[in-house]
Design a protein around this ligand. Structure first.
Ligand code: SME
Length: 175
C-alpha cells in the first residue's frame, strides 16, 4: 500500500536543511492523519525526551526515559500502541482530549534519536496497520539524523550529502 504521508514528507524534507525545519513540516503532514488531536516529535537529549515540532495543544516539555508512553518507547526501542490511555499506568496526560495513543521511535545507528507521538480523541484508534505506516515514516526520518548532537546536524557539510537510501525512496515515489 502506498504511504501517502511518507510521500509528502519525502517531498518536503531535505538533509541539507536543519533537522528542526524538516521535523516541523513532517509534523504538519502527520496532522493530516485521520481522527487525531495531537501529533509531533520528542527529541532525545541524554536520558530525556524534549518536546520538538508538533501540531495540537501545548504539551509537556520534558519526558524522562521510561516515563509515560513516549518514555517507554524510548527505553524499549520499540513502538507502543495504547488502546485506552486511562488504562496505561504512568500515562502522561498532555491533552484532556486524548483517549488512545501511538508512539514510534526513530532509531539511527541503533540509538533512539526521537519519537513520533500521535494522540487520538477516541479509544482504540491505532492498530498494526497504523504502526506500519508510522514506522515506515520513522525509518525515513531516521536518515535525517546524524550521530551526536542533533542540533548541529545542518552544519556538517560532509554528512549532508544525500544518502543512496533517500535517493532510492525518491525514485520509488517518482519525486
Ligand atoms: N501521553 C504522552 C505524553 C505526550 S503527549 O501525549 C503529547 C506520554 O504518556 O508519554
Amino acid at each position: 500500500m502506498e504511504n501517502l504521508l511518507l510521500k509528502q514528507i519525502i517531498a518536503l524534507t531535505n538533509k541539507s536543511n536543519p533537522l528542526i525545519s524538516n521535523l516541523a513540516n513532517a509534523a504538519a503532514v502527520l496532522a493530516n492523519y485521520e481522527n487525531i488531536n495531537w501529533c509531533g516529535f520528542y527529541l532525545v537529549e541524554g536520558d530525556n525526551l524534549y518536546l520538538g515540532p508538533f501540531q495540537g495543544e501545548p504539551a509537556c516539555t520534558v519526558i524522562p526515559k521510561g516515563k509515560g508512553v513516549c518514555g517507554k518507547a524510548f527505553e524499549e526501542k520499540k513502538s507502543v500502541i495504547v488502546k485506552n490511555v486511562k488504562k496505561f499506568k504512568g500515562h502522561i496526560a498532555c491533552s484532556t482530549m486524548s483517549r488512545s495513543e501511538i508512539v514510534v521511535p526513530i532509531i539511527s545507528g541503533g540509538e533512539v534519536k526521537a519519537v513520533i507521538d500521535i494522540d487520538a480523541p477516541v479509544i482504540n484508534r491505532f492498530d498494526d496497520k497504523d504502526r506500519e505506516i508510522i514506522e515506515e515514516i520513522a525509518g525515513f526520518l531516521a536518515k535525517l539524523f546524524i550521530e551526536g548532537n542533533v542540533k548541529d546536524n545542518h552544519k556538517d557539510e560532509e554528512k549532508n550529502k544525500p544518502e543512496a537510501a533517500i535517493e532510492k525512496l525518491r525514485e520509488d515515489y517518482d519525486l
